[in-house]
Design a protein around this ligand. Structure first.
Ligand SMILES: [Fe+2]
Length: 575
């Protein structure tokens, strides 16, 4: 049984393929297209998935697209009738998108080149939030769990709660557009001077520099409701009756400004790009983050009471809020949590496929998905070929010697591009396509910003820690395979790892498992033997672009920046 899932005509378009229940490949189209958040038809990602499965498109049994234009159709019509002005854009956008989704069969047929309409009956449209829920629950280790999907919006919903039991997801409730925590967070992100799609993590990074002084004020912007959900005060949100995200001809998602004059009256003029971040901005960021956490815990507490369950699965764009994720266990009665590596919209492809696999076809559940390494990979021979073609000299070492050489470089303040195995699915580099540095250095952030990243000074760098040592360094002991949670670092350890300790004493950790990431584990272990620290600073291997996918792109990034060493599999390039 072969099931192909896709996220198409939506930000972070992607494809994933399951063969006899096993996830064989999953990848974002942006990795091939080299355009962040690319939102068209994921042709190259599909081709990659088919190649990994060793099949042609005709051999796929089911195709799942994580989008259903028919979902909440009546509600959409009623909404448009209620908001006849200003909703023309939304009608146009939605119609355009519906047409695109409906023409998927044609798109696939074009792809096969057979001209025969053989695929139409294979295509399943799975509603956006059901796909998110499935991406978490059916990939989790739980037979039974409470479920939450929370994002900007998708198929006219912004939040959905449910229960997963064995092969079945049951929806308990949902919130309709435009009442959305994604819209709430994005509007303030824009007001704070970050206008681009996907900038929300910057507000999360600033928040620890401020005090959440304005939470009371924000209770007028978002109301917790008695049914355990929430509502926005729409006076503050401008484009709530228009489309929120639009896609140009270039398939790059764009967000229109969402805050109204009413918002400006209450929270001040929007910060311009060149203006400095004041204490007010930092306090506002802290308040927005705190309010978001309050809403999430309010939903979760009620969901916990309603279901009586202690397992929780979370997905959706707002589930990328690793600070909130890290506090779920201490703020609710949930005891176990699963968040997929692609909790955002790229995960829709995997979720839609899993939904068809279990909910529709009732196929047997599989072991939990613990690895995000489902993307492109390259052998030493392929890497050597690339380097030779470009006239770049290199050396080759076996693993043990290689790990010592890298450690030499790191302890001397070096920054290393580390490219090994399959690329990660999801927004985080997890030791497959990473840039690494010594976490003990107080100047690591400056070195990285100077040599490579040139990013805002308020943004923290993350620690990859050997799984067995989490309790020594963090206040909470839990598995965090996908860097999806932020935990407090023990006070007495913070001075040992200043490069990965944020201003509030926290770190967005990745727990590195020997079984899942053997080579990355081996490297960190070599560093631990030398320094006593079982941790490396890990940031994504890129520079203002999607994470590098191929050896050519890794080499380009290395040559463009001032990285000290490039390691691809067993091959080393040095300055
Ligand atoms: Fe979503």
């Amino acid at each position: 049984m072969i099931i192909l899932g896709i996220n198409a005509y939506h930000a972070d378009s992607s494809a994933a393929i399951f063969v006899n229940g096993q996830l064989v490949a999953a990848i974002e189209e942006e990795r091939f297209k080299r355009v962040k958040h690319w939102a068209g038809f994921p042709l190259l990602a599909i081709e990659f998935c088919l190649q990994e499965a060793g099949i042609t498109i005709e051999q796929v049994d089911h195709i799942a697209i994580g989008r259903d234009p028919k979902a909440k159709f009546l509600k959409k019509i009623l909404f448009l009738l209620k908001h006849p002005f200003g909703s023309i854009d939304v009608v146009k956008d939605r119609l355009n998108n519906s047409r695109k989704v409906a023409s998927l069969a044609e798109e696939f047929n074009k792809f096969t080149g057979t001209g025969k309409p053989l695929l139409k009956n294979k295509i399943h449209q799975v509603e956006h939030h059901r796909s998110h829920l499935a991406s978490a629950f059916f990939a989790s280790p739980f037979n039974e769990a409470a479920l939450l999907s929370i994002d900007g919006s998708g198929d006219f919903s912004t939040t959905m709660i449910g229960i997963g039991k064995n092969n079945n997801i049951k929806i308990l409730d949902s919130i309709d557009f435009p009442h959305s925590m994604g819209i709430f967070y994005t509007a303030f992100t824009q007001l704070l001077g970050f206008p681009h799609y996907g900038d929300e993590y910057k507000v999360m990074g600033i928040a620890p520099y401020g005090n959440p002084k304005y939470v009371d004020k924000l209770t007028h912007v978002v109301h917790l409701t008695r049914d355990g959900l929430f509502k926005l005060n729409l006076k503050y949100f401008k484009n709530a009756t228009k489309g929120v995200i639009s896609y140009g001809e270039d398939n790059i998602p764009m967000v229109a400004p969402m805050f109204t004059d009413y918002m400006i009256d209450h929270f001040g003029e929007p910060r311009k790009k060149e203006e400095p971040l004041t204490q007010y901005h930092k306090d506002l960021a802290a308040s927005v983050q705190s309010m978001t956490e309050k809403v999430i815990f309010h939903i979760l507490e009620n969901l916990q009471k309603r279901t009586g369950l202690t397992n929780i699965c979370i997905a959706g764009g707002v589930a990328q809020n690793s600070v909130a994720n890290g506090k779920v266990i201490s703020n609710t009665l949930f005891r176990n949590i699963y968040i997929p590596s692609a909790g955002h919209d790229a995960g829709i492809s995997m979720g839609a496929a899993l939904y068809v696999q279990h909910q529709l076809l009732n196929l047997q559940r599989q072991p939990s998905i613990k690895s995000a390494y489902t993307g492109s990979y390259f052998t030493n021979e392929q890497i050597i070929k690339t380097l030779t073609k470009k006239n770049i000299s290199f050396s080759k070492y076996e693993d043990n010697e290689l790990f010592e050489k890298i450690t030499d470089c790191l302890v001397n303040g070096g920054v290393v591009g580390w490219f090994t195995g399959k690329a990660e699915f999801g927004p985080r580099a997890l030791g497959g396509r990473s840039i690494i540095a010594d976490p003990r250095r107080t100047d690591a952030k400056e070195i990285l910003n100077l040599k490579i990243k040139r990013r805002e000074s308020f943004r923290p760098f993350a620690p990859s820690i050997l799984k067995e040592y989490v309790a020594d360094y963090f206040e909470i002991t839990d598995e965090v395979p996908f860097m999806e949670k932020v935990f407090p670092i023990k006070k007495e350890k913070q001075a040992n790892i200043p490069a990965v300790t944020h201003v509030d004493g926290t770190g967005r950790l990745q727990t590195v498992d020997k079984e899942v990431s053997p080579r990355y584990y081996g490297l960190i272990e070599a560093f631990r033997k030398r320094t006593g620290i079982p941790i490396l600073l890990n940031t994504s291997f890129n520079e203002n672009e999607p994470i590098v996918n191929s050896p050519e792109e890794a080499l380009d990034c290395y040559l463009r920046t001032n990285m000290d060493m490039l390691v691809m599999e067993n091959i080393v390039v040095k300055r």
